[in-house]
Design a protein around this ligand. Sequence first.
Ligand code: CS2
Length: 488
Amino acid sequence: MRRLSEATLGDLPADVERPGYDRAGLTRGVVHLGVGAFHRAHQAVVFDELIRRGDTRWGITGASLRSPAVREQLQPQDGLYTVLVRDAAGTRARVIGALSGVLVAPENPTALIEALAAPATEIVTLTVTEKGYLLDPASGALLADDPQVAADLVSLAAPQTAAGFLTAALRLRRDRGLAPFTAISCDNLPGNGARLRGAVLALAAAHDPRLADWIAERGAFPQTMVDRIVPATSEADIDAWARQSGREDRALVKTEPFSQWVIEDRFAGARPDFAAVGVQMTADVAPWEAAKLRLLNGAHSAIAYLGGLAGIDFVHEFVGLAEGRGFVERLWDEAAPTLTPPPGLDVPAYRAQLMARFANPALQHRTRQIAMDGSQKLPQRLLATIAARLDQGRPIAALALAVAAWMRWQRGRDEAGRAFAVDDPLASTTARLAAGARSPAETVAALVSLDAIFPPRLAADAAFREAVTRQLERLVRQGARGVLTAGA
Ligand code: CS2
């Protein structure tokens, strides 16, 4: 079957929305690092919308920091791809035209540095996942011992890391008399802007302290909260859409109707009229971020491990069970009092909306996908909430059950005895620690000693260890489904 492309765009069914603007006339004002499904369904749609409204400065150059796979999806399609927005009521399809090319960093690092340093580049967005920042998940410090970071600390001629590319390009911009770009981290890291800034400043300082000063003074790393549920696209999704649309789209993404982007209003240079396309601009993103990380992502990770252990494959199936839904509500009852909701966020309404989003039967969001990289996610999704609860002297049963489920997951076997690979940069360490323990209490003691995940103060907290041990004992005895049915 023929691929979606400029040449075949006109053949699509009439109800598929198309870019409707002259793609050749776009300026590439954005470089995006990590052109995965999330970017294609979130920020790229926002830039596409700005262009549709007539501001042609926001064409995107995509970059993959690792494999050429995304370029092979997009290049034969002239950068075009379809976003399928799905819920129980049906599917809406829209072709996005904002992306005009994909660079593969390891093949030609200079091309990416030049794209970042181009005078037209005003904004650099990143979705490189939590582990892509190469930071200690608990403290946020740059992992100086990581081989890629170590290489970038020595030379930025062919950077290995996202922060390395930004630093090399900022150096070039300064040397050429250009202003810095605005670098916007769109990953679910706590204080994502500050963490990215810290990584770039640490690299810059290692090479040229005056560069670090210039970036600190003139650069901008706004904090953001990004939200849209974007499950991985399956071969079955691609086949089904090809049959329906008559064109094969290897870069297809599927998502939900909901989309939210909150950005700290701190820009180094030009700023699009984000507010006109529904992006929230604010001076303080932190309360939005905490609500999203602790309610949405906290529940997601809990569902991933408890559901995964119990053999529940999809999020909507988990919340389709009375005991699954009840557990999520209890988790939120624990998390909600730790939040300082920003003006405009009604927590009960937000929770109800989240539950409806989780229940969306058309998304087919796999628990296994969310279970990935737990070591990078636990601190901001569950452990910060637990620390806040303990400071308030409040119980943590549901949160502790989620942490215990993550611990049980590290064995790489579900409750039906099926083996799986724990997909996590710290998997070999957690597997070794879990294997050496002879009881739930020993498992908890061994895993909380990992200070990359558990802050020392929390690891030493007797109430925390007891609560997690108790829940792990219950999981071993009753299984995840049994514990859910009995109540947290
Ligand atoms: C999920 C997120 O995979 C995961 O860890 O929790 O990708 C989640 O779907 C998004 O943050 C929603 O905005």
